[in-house]
Design a protein around this ligand. Structure first.
Ligand SMILES: N[C@@H](CCC(=O)N[C@@H](CS)C(=O)NCC(=O)O)C(=O)O
Ligand SMILES: [Fe+2]
Length: 430
């Protein structure tokens, strides 16, 4: 295996053999990063490498990327894998080019290297870094800028979307942490978003939810208290409130959406700084789901997941596979280069969290969409839905989320209690 030590922390390499990996035992390397998607000619594959690395006794990370399909999430994942490793890292792809490209990109973003010096870095190792330069140039022009925050507890993706011209931003689908075993809540995830906003010097214009979530609490209310920014959601949230008011038997629950500052209807427009934003009605997963299209970025939440993953389930109360099909058709009618940011990533085969794709990629690669017609979509969606147990927090979360992320009011002892209806979701699989 040909390898180059870039610095104390990082060595890049071409594809190692099984013997090469075994030979790393006892070396300084503490983490091996595999940057190759499965199935590439000459690769060992994720499973085989994971096993070999575990036998050699060091850490393994699966970060499959291609230079053509590189996203900011890939760059962030590479940077944190190197940063969080116990010691020196060996990152490999087929030839080392992807590893060096990711290194170059992180160096330029962190302002340790000028864009103009990237070609010379490539020449030093006999590699052409023009794909890295193209990625950085495109990134510099992107409007809005989108930063995703992955929550590994619920596989949710929270976003900060910002206008570089005015530094105004919107927070989308923030998570209020909750552990159902201890009943503990925490604002750690939301505070991480606030820290990023402070560090970037952004001002929060909007706190947006795409739908009342069934698998985590929304941090919208907490973030409104912290920032004073208005909260918003789709106006069909009133139907969701009426539905769950019955299920929870909450006579005092207002079902007029007054828990948010703004209710968006289909086609409504607003501004994020200087950038035009538009609301699309996107039901199917829930009755109230909406997509925010901000500049060239669409926040499609639980409609389409990453192209290697499929689509959102449609078996929650108010869900429908037929309706989701129409919703997805509307999203895929956006221009091919539209950036699509999904609401969840379930990390198939243990790969790193990825959440950005394009309309063109989804049309070509998503197994629930490419070459599929409505009837077969509905068939496969409903068949999969029949196999899925309810999200573990659905009954915990919706009573909070139909109140805009407000926890139940404290009782006479000052403590707050959740209410869990029994036998309310008839026929749900355990
Ligand atoms: N195991 C997860 C399941 C979460 C889940 O059901 N996710 C929904 C979105 S809220 C989904 O669409 N899943 C799609 C699928 O698994 O096909 C949990 O308990 O939270
Ligand atoms: Fe969801």
């Amino acid at each position: 295996m040909q390898k180059f030590q870039i610095n104390d922390r990082l060595t890049i390499a071409e594809q190692p053999s099984l013997d090469d990996i075994a030979g790393l035992e006892g070396s300084a390397i503490t983490t091996l990063i595999n940057l190759r998607p499965d199935g590439e000619a000459g690769s060992l594959g994720n499973r085989v490498e994971r096993q070999a690395v575990s036998e050699a006794g060091f850490a393994y990370r699966f970060l499959p990327v291609t230079l053509a399909g590189l996203t900011n999430a890939d760059v962030d994942a590479f940077a944190s894998a190197v940063r969080d490793s116990k010691g020196p890292v060996l990152a490999h792809c087929g030839t080392g080019l992807r590893a060096l490209s990711l290194y170059a990109i992180t160096q330029v973003i962190d302002e340790h290297l000028a864009l103009a010096d990237v070609p010379a870095l490539g020449q030093r190792y006999g590699m052409d870094l023009s794909a890295a330069i193209a990625f950085l140039e495109k990134r510099a022009l992107q409007r809005p800028q989108v930063k995703g925050f992955f929550d590994p507890r619920t596989w949710s993706v929270q976003y900060v979307v910002s206008d570089p011209a005015t530094r105004h931003c919107a927070i989308i689908d923030p998570v209020l942490d909750y552990d159902e075993k201890s009943g503990q809540t925490s604002t750690e995830s939301a505070d991480r978003i606030l820290a990023y906003i402070a560090e970037q010097g952004l001002s929060v214009e909007w706190i947006l939810d795409t739908h009342p979530h069934a698998d985590h609490f929304s941090a919208a209310h907490y973030l409104k208290q912290k920032t004073g920014a208005p909260t918003a959601i789709g106006d069909h949230v009133r139907d969701v409130q009426a539905l769950w008011k019955g299920i929870y038997n909450l006579p005092e629950l207002q079902t007029d959406g007054s828990q948010w500052d703004r209710l968006f209807s289909a086609g409504e427009t607003f501004k994020l700084g200087t950038i035009d934003a538009k609301v699309m009605f996107s039901p199917g997963h829930t009755l109230a789901s909406i997509t925010y299209v901000i500049g060239d970025a669409a926040f499609v939440h639980d409609t389409i997941f990453m192209p290697d993953s499929g689509t959102a389930r449609t078996d929650f109360p108010g869900g429908s596979a037929h309706v989701l099909w129409d919703t997805i058709a509307d999203i895929l009618a956006l221009p091919d280069e539209t950036r699509l940011f999904t609401g969840h990533d379930y990390q198939p085969n243990g790969r790193h969290p990825r959440f950005e794709s394009t309309v063109a990629q989804q049309k070509a690669e998503n197994p629930h969409l490419a070459g599929i017609d409505e009837q077969s979509f509905v068939h496969l969606r409903e068949a999969r839905d029949r196999t899925l147990p309810m999200p573990k927090l659905i009954l915990h979360a919706l009573q909070v989320n139909v109140r805009g992320g407000r926890l139940p009011e404290p009782e006479s002892n000052g403590k707050r209690y959740l209410k869990i209806p029994l036998n309310a979701l008839e026929g749900a699989r355990w």
